[in-house]
Structures are given as C-alpha cells and as structure tokens.
Design a protein around this ligand. Structure first.
Ligand code: ATP
Ligand code: MG
Length: 245
C-alpha cells in the first residue's frame, strides 16, 4: 500500500529525514518509533504532502505521490491526525466530522441543500464508531483532551481513507483513555479495513497493537520488521530501547 524509498528532507542543510525506508502492506497496523527529533513527524508530513521531499520517492498503491499537494494526496485516500490537536474550535463535534465528509464529497452548498441535513447518517455512523455520538452537539473545544484527539481521528475518517496516519494518538491521555484508544484503533483497522501507520513513544502501546515496527534514529531507518524481531535487534536495543528489552 505504501512504499517509502531513500527519503530525504533537508531544512537548510539539516537532514531531518536522511534515507528513510518504509513498506506498509494493505490492512497492516504499523508503528514508527524513535527518540524525540528522530524525524517521525517530518516523515508523516512528507507522506501527506505537507512537506516536499528533497530526495527519494513515496508510492501509494503503486502510484508515485512524491511531492503531490496535501489536497491531492488526501483525495487519493490518505488521511491523518496531527501531533497537536487540529479541529475547528467554533464548530460542534458533529459539524467537525460533517465538514470533513462534505469536503470529500465536494458538495456544492446552496439554498436547496441545507448543510445541516447533509450527511447526517454518515456523520453519526462515524461518531458512533469512535464513541462520540452522545457528544455530537457539544462544542468541540468543550471535550476533554482525550476526546478531542478521538474527534481528530473521526475527522480523518470522514475522508474515507484507505491509509490513516496517526501522530502520537495517545500522547497526553490518561491510562484509561490510552487503553480505549488502543482498542478503538484495532477495531477501526478491522471493521473499516483500514491500513494504519502511527508514531508513538509509549512502547506498551506500540508492542500492544503494531504488526510491524519501523525504527528511526537521526532521520535514518535503522530497522523495520516484526515486533519480536525489533525487540531482539541489537542495533535497536543499543540505539533506542536501552535496557528495557
Ligand atoms: N520546519 C523545520 N525546520 C527546521 N527543522 C525542523 C523543521 N521541522 C522539524 N525540524 C527538525 O527536524 C528534526 C526531526 O523533527 P521531527 O518533528 O520530525 O521529530 P519527531 O521524531 O517527530 O520528534 P518527536 O518525537 O519529538 O515528535 C528535529 O531536530 C526538528 O527540530
Ligand atoms: Mg513528532
């Protein structure tokens, strides 16, 4: 589904991503891990078109998407949530998701198609999936931090993606919120047939859900493979996991 080859991103000569390699198969849940500043978010920004690579290629479903605009990449079926929350603060939970669905369908709004009636069923279906239906008419900013992160995921789902990128989906969440988010990610992957790529610092979360792990250090991919192989990889242990494994 996704193939990243020899990807490089330079910021005025500083190589934030420096030869990243990543292969994601259809339906897989894949984690990208690595210390702060390893280049994980930059890699996500390159995949979604928010940044243009300096070198290398990105293929999505065997099509070269390197350097395409975020808008084009989104319409091809890649959605994301951000490391920092990115929702419309003045809209309700319901409206946030509805806007995302409308934008995918490129509906032209006019007086004969009142916005409020459009995509109601689909919006509720998504809110139901993520467990926010009972908060549909709350202002998005009135949600708890954890629920705002879930809302971001719901907004991303409004685009009906095939590949969903989640940048630190459980960061800042309570242990209970983290546990339910892990459950949700697993459920979404199976019920929606989604392929999921996520970054995460909490290794319990990573080893709890990832079917494959890619490890970055200083912009480079130092390993990728099955969780068991990553755990026993000497290079990974030395570089990142320390004594923990
Ligand atoms: N727009 C930018 N201009 C200059 N340097 C940048 C820019 N964006 C990121 N960097 C640098 O690139 C490196 C990689 O940053 P990035 O945010 O991708 O790391 P990360 O692995 O996501 O870290 P974290 O785990 O803290 O989220 C860092 O040293 C960062 O300071
Ligand atoms: Mg980051």
């Amino acid at each position: 589904m996704l193939q990243v080859k020899k990807l490089v991103k330079s910021f005025d000569g500083f190589l934030a991503v420096n030869g990243a390699e990543l292969t994601v198969g259809k339906g897989q849940i894949v984690a990208v891990i690595g210390p702060n500043g390893a280049g994980k978010t930059t890699l996500f920004n390159l995949i979604t078109g928010h940044l243009v690579p300096s070198q290398g290629t990105i293929e999505f479903k065997e099509r070269d998407i390197t350097g395409l605009s975020p808008h084009k990449i989104c319409h091809m079926g890649i959605s994301r949530s951000f490391q920092l929350i990115n929702i419309f603060p003045k809209l309700t939970v319901f409206e946030n998701v509805q806007v995302s669905i409308l934008s995918r369908k490129r509906k032209i709004l006019n007086m004969f198609s009142p916005t409020k009636k459009m995509m109601v069923e689909e919006t509720y279906r998504i809110l139901g999936k993520v467990g926010l239906a009972d908060k549909a008419h709350s202002l998005s900013t009135s949600l708890s931090y954890g629920d705002q992160k879930i809302l971001e995921m719901a907004i991303a789902l409004g685009n009906e993606p095939e590949l969903l990128l989640l940048d630190e989906p459980t960061a800042g969440m309570s242990p209970e919120e983290t546990a339910s988010t892990i459950k949700l990610i697993k459920e979404l992957a199976s019920s929606e047939g989604l392929t999921i790529l996520f970054t995460e610092h909490d290794l319990d979360v990573v080893f709890g859900i990832a079917e494959k792990i890619m490890v970055m250090q200083q912009g480079r991919t130092i390993a990728q493979g099955l969780p068991a192989d990553i755990k026993s990889d000497k290079l990974v242990q030395a570089a990142y996991l320390g004594e923990e494994c």
